[in-house]
Design a protein around this ligand. Structure first.
Ligand SMILES: *Cc1c(COP(=O)(O)O)cnc(C)c1O
Length: 472
């Protein structure tokens, strides 16, 4: 068992406050609508925060995807866009950054993460194969299923317990993985799909020891190991903070070592990559790369732009390097943790330990009187918007969708609301306002009655489903 989690930001910061390694050069006005207008806006949105207009939102914590503030260097990089159809200079710059910092041999740009997930799923999964992974992610699993694969969760049990203080709740349970490989046979395992950090478990990290052990297990059985690198920079922060031997290693070096244990990776650069749009797939195997480079032309665009403008590739090349700076990452995670500490002080149930990109409110403990088919997390996200104009996102039964075989709801153990902190966007005062809003909703928790779903789309229903309040 690893050491308990240190309560401070790491030794170089001691107990003193951190501050952002940047100052603000441009601002975007936001405003809080009066309560009756918020009520109207939420009813029009079918009580789904994804369907609100962003103009009607005060503090937008829906997602950290594509919502980062770019640096002055990135804005300058936009002006260096080489918008040639083929062979843009920006492609070569980005390819060089991915090779240098992540270490893979071959590179394919895509318009965002799911573009890369689509390609890798189509080229690496045969229908009927299994794809074990450390907890599902919505788009990742859907692309694996659309390619004929079956996702199998092999994350450690602690990940499903929102109160367990395991320092690496994103770890793969090696016994579960080995049991699956033995049961179905290695040739029926398309690849191991490893995510760092694990979004759906609360932004929980994977340890270096674990990825090394998974690599070793995969080698023993001849199974490939692929990485969802969307949040690998934040994962590296936790390794630096918690894993023996890494306290003095820079984030960039930790990321490179982590990636070195895997055969390929995809990334939504809209998260750690600090851009508003973009993604990539990178591989070491020539044959797989050849297939990916061919398929990208069908779905995204030529293999030297993959659905992106040249300027977007240049901004990504700069953003990826900025994301790997230690002072940036300490402030990034420090801000998330600041909000977590506020809520913990007020005894509000959140997923512990606080992860990389968000605070996850535990809706099951928030609303113990609501059964899961009254959508407690969806209800909580709606109440939070009504109280204060803060927009959050459901990560519970609605996000989990239906079982493709039985057609029933999947009932996940975790019923969460995610307060996702955009990178470099909000101040500590915004965190205070958000914390106080959650506290107000918590104080009124007994009044919540839940929601009923009145419209349900076929795929990724959480994006577009509509609800009505239950009155009783
Ligand atoms: C966001 C995300 C994706 C999908 O990326 P998009 O850019 O939204 O298409 C894949 N995996 C993880 C872990 C993510 O957080």
């Amino acid at each position: 068992m690893p050491d308990p989690i240190p309560q401070t930001m790491g030794q170089q910061f001691g107990r003193r406050s951190w501050a952002e390694p940047w100052k603000i050069k441009m601002v975007e006005p936001i405003r809080l609508l009066p309560r009756p207008e918020r009520e109207r806006a939420l009813a029009e949105a079918g009580y789904n925060t994804f369907l609100l207009r962003s103009e009607d939102v005060y503090i937008d914590l829906l997602t950290d995807s594509g919502t980062s503030a770019m640096s002055d260097r990135q804005w300058a990089a936009l002006m260096l866009g080489d918008e040639a159809y083929a062979g843009s200079r920006n492609f070569y710059n980005l390819e060089e950054v991915v090779r240098t910092y992540f270490g893979y041999r071959y590179f394919v740009p895509t318009h965002q993460g799911r573009g890369a997930e689509h390609l890798i799923s189509q080229i690496a999964i045969r229908p009927g194969q299994y794809v074990p992974g450390n907890m599902y992610f919505t788009t990742t699993r859907l692309h694996q299923e659309l390619a004929g694969g079956t996702f199998v969760d092999v994350i450690v049990d602690e990940a499903h317990d929102p109160t367990h203080l395991h320092p690496f709740k994103g770890n793969v349970d090696l016994d579960k993985l080995e049991a699956l490989i033995r049961r179905v046979g290695p040739e029926q395992v398309a690849y191991v799909s490893l995510a760092a950090t694990v979004n759906m478990a609360g932004g929980q990290p994977v340890s270096m020891a674990n990825v090394r052990a998974v690599r070793e297990l995969c080698d023993r059985h001849g199974v490939r190991l692929f990485l969802d690198a969307t949040r690998v920079a934040e994962n590296a922060f936790f390794i630096q903070e918690r894993e023996p031997g890494y306290a003095d290693k820079p984030i960039a070096a930790i990321v490179k070592e982590f990636c070195s244990y895997t055969d390929a990776a995809w990334m939504s650069a809209k998260k750690d990559g600090l851009v508003n749009i973009g993604g990539w797939l990178a591989l070491n195997d020539w044959d797989l790369f050849e297939k990916a480079r061919n398929l990208v032309v069908v779905y995204e665009g030529l293999h030297t732009y993959g659905g992106l403008a040249g300027r977007d590739m240049e901004a990504m090349a700069v953003g990826l390097v900025e994301a790997l700076q230690d002072d940036y990452m300490a402030a990034r995670i420090g801000q998330v943790r600041y909000l977590g500490e506020l809520l913990t002080r007020w005894d509000i149930p959140i997923v512990q330990p606080v992860g990389g990109h968000a605070i996850f409110l535990d809706a099951k403990r928030f609303y113990p009187h609501l059964p899961q088919d009254r959508f407690p997390a969806q209800t909580l996200a709606a109440e939070l918007y009504l109280d204060s104009g803060v927009r959050a996102m459901e990560r519970g039964i609605v996000s989990a969708g239906r079982d493709p075989v039985t057609g029933d709801h999947r009932y996940p153990k975790l019923e969460l609301v995610r307060l996702t902190i955009p990178r470099r966007v909000y101040t500590q005062a915004h965190m205070d306002v958000t914390g106080e809003a959650v506290k107000a909703v918590y104080e009124n928790r007994e009044r919540a009655r839940g929601l009923r779903m009145v419209y349900e789309p076929q795929y990724l229903r959480f994006f577009q489903a509509r609800f009505e309040p239950i009155a009783d």
